[in-house]
Design a protein around this ligand. Structure first.
Ligand SMILES: [Zn+2]
Ligand SMILES: [Zn+2]
Length: 135
C-alpha cells in the first residue's frame, strides 16, 4: 500500500471513530435527559399528592374549628329562663332560682343566620336580628 492509501485508511478510521463517539455522546445525553424528565415528573406527582394531603388536613382542621365554635356558641347561649343567669355546661336547672335552662340566641329574622356579637341587623342580608329561645 502506498502512502496515500495509508493516509486515506487512517482518515477513514478516524472519521468512523469520531462518528461513533458522537453517536455515543448523543445517546448518553438523550438517556440523561429522559432520566431527568422522569425524575421531574415523579417529583411533580409527589408534590401534587403532598399538596392534596395538606389541603385535606386544612379542611379537616377548619371543620373541627367550626364544630368547636358551634359547640361554644351553644354553651354560651344556655341561660336560665327565669333569672337570665348564664348556665354552666350540662346544667338543666338554674342553681340560683330553679328556673329551667334554655338556649337563647339571636338570629336574623330574614335568613336565619346566627348573630355573632350584639349586632342589631344581619351583616349578611340586613334583616333584623331577633332573639330566639329553645327549650
Ligand atoms: Zn335562674
Ligand atoms: Zn340575614
Amino acid at each position: 500500500m502506498g502512502f496515500f492509501d495509508n493516509l486515506k485508511k487512517g482518515i477513514s478510521e478516524l472519521w468512523d471513530k469520531a462518528k461513533e463517539d458522537a453517536a455515543d455522546r448523543a445517546k448518553e445525553a438523550a438517556e440523561e435527559k429522559v432520566q431527568e424528565l422522569a425524575e421531574d415528573a415523579a417529583d411533580r406527582v409527589k408534590e401534587a399528592a403532598e399538596e392534596r394531603k395538606k389541603k385535606k388536613e386544612e379542611a379537616q382542621a377548619a371543620e373541627q374549628k367550626a364544630k368547636e365554635a358551634e359547640q361554644k356558641a351553644k354553651e354560651e347561649a344556655r341561660v336560665c329562663s327565669k333569672c337570665g343567669r348564664k348556665a354552666e355546661p350540662n346544667v338543666k336547672f338554674c342553681p340560683e332560682c330553679g328556673g329551667k335552662i334554655v338556649e337563647k340566641y339571636r338570629v336574623c329574622s330574614k335568613c336565619g343566620r346566627r348573630a355573632e356579637g350584639d349586632e342589631k341587623f344581619c351583616t349578611e342580608c340586613g334583616g333584623e336580628i331577633a332573639e330566639k329561645v329553645q327549650e
